[in-house]
Design a protein around this ligand. Structure first.
Ligand SMILES: NC(=O)c1ccc[n+]([C@@H]2O[C@H](COP(=O)([O-])OP(=O)(O)OC[C@H]3O[C@@H](n4cnc5c(N)ncnc54)[C@H](OP(=O)(O)O)[C@@H]3O)[C@@H](O)[C@H]2O)c1
Length: 241
């Protein structure tokens, strides 16, 4: 059987790097997508040293020309893409009230988390359509949940980094719309909440280690033909939109 091919963005560190490692451990050829060439290459070397199949591909989520170049490189090597994990993301507005978040932060957050994710997905779709089981995993967050944000009893009620939350709600909406467009194809599109995970973004107080945190993305990347599409889940459990 031909090896599956996966691209993971933001794979130079954190959840992206661990997701890539876990997918590579399953025999999948992984492309480490990152703008940080040094740590991206280091991730590749670390995996190759363990006998895993890994390649580096430069992707800056604010540079659409890098999406096209990445698609060309993957096409040249494999002619298709089976798994796209849209993992790269920023959280820049922890300390602002919703009405006070600076516009530059709105712009950068939406550019990376929403426009970059959509642009990269569009660039990869022709390759995903060549797979007989394409899987797209969009890293969302429970902070995207409108239901939880409006419930005073929910865990996240008082946690409101607005630009980040709006960007991830947009990712959820994009997930539903793209899944609908692709409903009659083998491609499945799902949004993942990884849990609160110890990373540069999640911080030291997060309860989950990387190994656990990457599992939702890995499970959605490996969904079988009967798996769901257009969902928002954590470890197989639905999260309210
Ligand atoms: N950790 C959590 O508790 C948690 C919870 C819910 C959702 N998530 C989501 O999970 C994903 C991964 O988060 P993480 O915790 O692993 O965060 P992280 O350690 O801060 O990693 C973020 C990744 O995104 C990359 N990135 C940011 N801007 C980029 C750009 N313009 N171009 C290319 N790459 C860019 C970073 O690259 P650089 O190193 O070059 O900046 C890094 O590789 C994010 O989408 C996040 O929103 C995380």
């Amino acid at each position: 059987m031909e090896k599956r091919v996966a691209l993971i963005t933001g794979a130079n560190k954190g959840l992206g790097r661990e997701t890539a490692r876990q997918l590579a451990e399953k025999g999948i050829v992984v492309f480490i997508g990152a703008r940080d060439t040094v740590h991206g290459q280091e991730a590749v070397e670390e995996m190759r040293a363990k006998g895993l199949s890994a390649n580096f591909v430069y992707i800056d989520m604010t540079k659409p020309e890098s999406f096209e170049a990445a698609a060309k490189a993957i096409d040249l090597g494999f002619g298709r893409l089976d798994i796209l994990v849209n993992n790269a993301g920023v959280l820049m507005d922890r300390e602002y009230a919703p009405s006070e978040t600076p516009m530059e932060i709105w712009r950068e957050t939406l550019e990376v988390n929403v426009l970059g994710l959509i642009g990269l997905t569009r660039a990869m779709l022709p390759l995903l359509r060549k797979s007989d089981a394409g899987r797209i995993v969009n890293l969302s967050s429970n902070l995207a949940s409108l239901t939880m944000h409006s419930d005073p009893n929910s865990d996240i009620y008082n946690s409101k980094p607005t630009a980040y939350d709006v960007s991830k709600a947009a990712v959820n909406s994009w997930t539903i719309h793209l899944a609908h467009e692709l409903r009659d194809t083998p491609i499945k599109v799902n949004a993942a909440h990884p849990g609160w995970v110890k990373t540069d973004m999640g911080g030291d107080k997060a309860p989950l280690e990387l190994i656990e945190g990457a599992k939702t993305s890995v499970e959605l990347a490996l969904l079988g033909p009967d798996g769901p599409t257009g969902t928002f889940t954590h470890r197989g459990k639905r999260i309210p939109w």
